[in-house]
Design a protein around this ligand. Sequence first.
Ligand code: 5RP
Length: 231
Amino acid sequence: MPDHPVPDLEALKKEAAVRATHLVRSGMRVGLGTGSTAKYAIEELARRIQAGELTDITGVATSEASDTLARSLGLRVEVLDPRPLDLAIDGADEIDPQLNLIKGLGGALLREKLTEIQARQLVIIADHTKVVERLGQKAPLPIEIARFGFLSTIERLRAQLPGGRLRQPGAQPYVTDNGNYIYDAQLPETFDPATLERQLKGTLGVVDTGFFLGMATHAFVAAPDGVRELV
Ligand code: 5RP
């Protein structure tokens, strides 16, 4: 038996989220991520606003779910416009040592990328299970594809990345907030993420991929022995 109880993953995710919200200052425009970890950050932001610790915060949500959650907690939420965001806080499916990411298992990759590319700082929050030596080690690569002609697009993708499947949790394919489908691709042992990203983005029918390369500025990664800040 360990001397101290081992915190569960939910407690770790919350710890990372709370740390990230300490970077938020009054008056900031903040990108609100999507997923079970980002949810803790939205809740903590709302709590700090309610407690009077932060004022004049504007959120820009990366999904309908985060928009609904943030508004339900009383946050002011605006749509994305061309102004920069001061900060965005979001989870990730994989984080490599250079802070390159795979995102999109939660299905929000396109709105996340559109929002977070405009953030001066992109702060990733995660538990330690998300840290990998190389991308693709644990997670598939989510690729958002147009619905029209999706079977043809999948054939084009399979020619480049054999394996993988259309995301289909039930009888029907999963539909993103943008009305598209997601193809979860298996990544090979070795590849260059930037080259593969360019190749995939040049594939007809692909809307965007879950590679977030060179975008994250910090990560707070919570493990049973504490929260590490990666920069
Ligand atoms: C959604 C995402 C999420 O940030 C990612 O899937 C991590 O989610 P969670 O915090 O629930 O593990 O990219 O599109």
